[in-house]
Design a protein around this ligand. Structure first.
Ligand SMILES: [Zn+2]
Length: 68
């Protein structure tokens, strides 16, 4: 699992992969993706602020299915 930060030009709402809260997208978006670079979804700034390890543990607890 990897994290990508992308520049975002459109400002629109997204649902956080972890806390399921709708949040407003900012200029830098944090995306969770697999080793092939396929994105799973976005993470809100609150969750992102807790750090990559916390995010990873949280996703594992959610039993997030990673495509093979
Ligand atoms: Zn969140």
């Amino acid at each position: 699992m990897q994290f990508q930060i992308e520049c975002n030009t459109e400002k629109h709402s997204q649902v956080c992969l972890i806390c399921r809260q709708t949040f407003q997208m900012y200029e830098a978006r944090l995306i969770v993706c697999n080793d092939q670079g396929d994105g799973y979804g976005d993470i809100c700034p609150k969750c992102a602020a807790k750090g990559g390890n916390w995010v990873q543990v949280k996703l594992q607890k959610l039993n997030y299915k990673l495509p093979a």
